[in-house]
Write a protein that binds this ligand. Sequence first.
Ligand code: SF4
Length: 422
Amino acid sequence: MTTPTIPDTPAASRRVNVRTPEVMDRVQAQVEEHYRSPLVETIRERGGVFTVGNTTLRLARDFGFCYGVERAIDLAYAARKVFADRRVFLLGEIIHNPEVNRQLADMGVISIPVGKHEQEVAKLTCEDVVIVPAFGAETKLMDLISSRGCLVVDTTCGDVMSVWKRVRGYAKQGFTSIIHGKAVHEETRATSSRALGDDGTGHFLVVLTLADVDYVCDYIRRGGDKAEFLKRFPSNARSAGFDPELHLRKVGVANQTTMLKSETEEIQRRVLKAIEDRDGGDRSNFQVFDTICGATQERQDALFDMLRHKMDLLLVVGGYNSSNTTHLVEIGEQRLPTFFIRDAGCITSLEQIVHFDLHSKSETTSYSAKLAGGESVVVGITAGASCPNNLIEDTIRRVFKLRGIDEAAVMRAATRQGSVSS
Ligand code: SF4
């Protein structure tokens, strides 16, 4: 096997390219074995609508693994193969899907829990390999990894890095980054650290809700109680030394790549209006760059398109901590009964679906009259960018099975126009 070149600089960044053609051939075979679904591919080729008996499944035009996630998984699998004789660590989760993380754990990749990154990385040696997930990592953590001399396999998505470029640019020009995102999310933490700029003197503020933004806009227009402001935004949602009197003068808006597009656009509009109101119509103290990634937007757009069709219920499959999946659920539940399920096992029976309730932020069990009824039903299915196709296939098979449609009938229907092997 071709061994990639391993940099021998002890403390400098020891990033290693594990994507040799030979390794990638083996990685592809394993990734397909773990996550591919011929059934899903066939349904997609046939336009996404699949009817057997009295049950119709409608798949969104775009769902499931995005290019960034595919690349991150490929690199993580390649790292395991190339460094078969070394300890391979992962910062938290490679992506927010429990099935994918379980597969990596089964392959011997050791996940370092998010709250213990610095503590655990400080114990690593130059013999160890560290995989940086698709969300990226904070600059101080990357510096610590470098100082330990670890080999680094960096899977950070290019779309995340373009947000970093943008917020670094804001800092360079003396603009504070207002970041629409979740302050605790790995990607937003990584982005916030870049908003400090190359010399560390920049500032950022993370806003999540429209209420947060309105509060900030009020402050921009009229000023307010500084102590109250600082209390409202916890320390992980603002840069050290953030002073609303000083650091809301010039602002640039950016966002976590996986937010709800319509909400992000509204935030951009409200902040711009506040700056214009304060500065007599002058926009020079405002900058904006839409950093919703293409994959997130495509999945949201595809769901809006799918919602034009009549459906009785919607299943959204994915990890409960997946940001882009969460927003698909938000879109769906405004129109029809929507269930955010981790996998097919959540559909425990025709009557009961275990699902994540975004409002109570907990897993709950609900009754689904539509699925349980004997009459015809149309079930919509979509999934976030971190959900593999095999989990979609499991969900499809589960729905048909519970509706009393046997496996053979499903496969016959699938092969009538496509070629599917189980
Ligand atoms: S969801 Fe977007 S930012 Fe995240 S990995 Fe996929 S393409 Fe990259």
